[in-house]
Design a protein around this ligand. Structure first.
Ligand code: HXC
Length: 273
């Protein structure tokens, strides 16, 4: 089986990482393969959500230590741009990205999951940023995204100790939103994708953009403010939301959704136009 398996199920793309020899550790070649798979996802307008998962007992066991071990600071600075770039790309994809964490998500693996919009996990999953145990720190966004997601104290405790958490604890601290038995994880990820896909996709994408803006993940093209040194104020954030909300009133979906509600229609079908 190939290192990466990309399947389309209805409107969902399922990208399965399958480099079993290294438990899906991220090396430059593997990162390029993942980016290639994302190229095909992005080229297909019929895909509404993306699920990323792993095969076997690992989601991603981190960046590839074999590949990093002898690098100079200059080399690792460039190399870490590959992982960081992938994570920024996932975060900025217009469609929702779901990480279905099926096992170990450590180091660069958890960093990848942190860049996804929604994280769910199997009961046997373990998540952590163990880099300090290797004498280094995260290089693909972990120190930046984990505190945003679980708060400063828990994030620093996890990062400074390198301790990993199981699915139950991850759920408690808000690192993931749901836990399932391992053999049900993909099915439940697909159910989650389906419950997103039945909604108006222009609205779902606008919602991703609006939430991301508020939590500091705006694209430069979204608004000039994102290049400012200051975080946008609550006024700026609410204005951005209104400016993302208003154009939806020029869409067929808004007529279908609101008109359908008023006509008491049971099964509203959006056109995503
Ligand atoms: C390279 C790895 C690897 C990794 C596992 N392997 N993780 N190879 N880089 N990150 C390889 C092992 O060397 C081994 O190869 C095979 O996968 C199976 O691993 P085992 O250790 O034998 O399996 P197990 O005992 O089940 O333990 C699983 C594990 C452990 C708990 C996930 O492998 C582990 O601790 N891995 C490292 C986790 C880690 O520290 N990640 C952070 C990396 S630093 P062989 O050939 O012996 O069979 C990082 C920085 C990010 O991510 C920077 C981003 C730019």
């Amino acid at each position: 089986m190939a290192n990466i398996v990309l399947k389309k199920i209805g409107h969902t793309a399922v990208l399965t990482l399958n480099k079993k020899s290294t438990m899906n550790a991220l090396c430059a070649e593997f990162l390029a393969e993942i980016n290639e798979a994302l190229d095909s996802v992005e080229a297909d307008e019929d895909i509404y959500t993306l699920i990323i998962t792993g095969s076997g007992k690992s989601f991603v066991a981190g960046a590839d230590i074999d590949e990093m071990v002898d690098m100079t600071p200059q080399q690792i600075l460039e190399w870490s741009g590959l992982g960081s770039g992938l994570n920024l790309r996932l975060e900025k994809m217009p469609i929702p990205v779901i990480a279905a964490i099926n096992g170990y998500a450590l180091g660069g693996g958890l960093e990848l999951a942190l860049a996804c919009d929604i994280r769910i996990a199997s009961e046997n999953a373990r998540m952590g940023l163990p880099e300090v145990k290797l004498g280094v720190i995260c290089g693909a966004g972990g120190t930046q995204r984990l505190p945003d997601i679980v708060g400063e104290s828990i994030a620093k405790e996890m990062i400074f100790t390198g301790r990993s958490v199981n699915a139950e604890e991850a759920l408690k601290i808000g690192l993931i939103s749901k836990v399932f038995p391992q053999d049900k994880l993909l099915e439940e990820a697909l159910n989650l994708a389906l419950s997103i896909e039945k909604n108006g996709q222009l609205a779902v994408r606008a919602a991703k953009k609006a939430v991301n803006f508020g939590i500091g993940k705006a694209q430069a093209s979204d608004i000039e403010m994102s290049t400012s040194e200051n975080l946008p104020s609550i006024e700026d954030r609410c204005l951005f939301e209104r400016e993302t909300f208003a154009p939806l009133f020029d869409t067929e979906d808004q007529k279908i959704g609101m008109g359908g509600f008023l006509r008491k229609e049971k099964d509203i079908k959006f056109k995503n136009k």
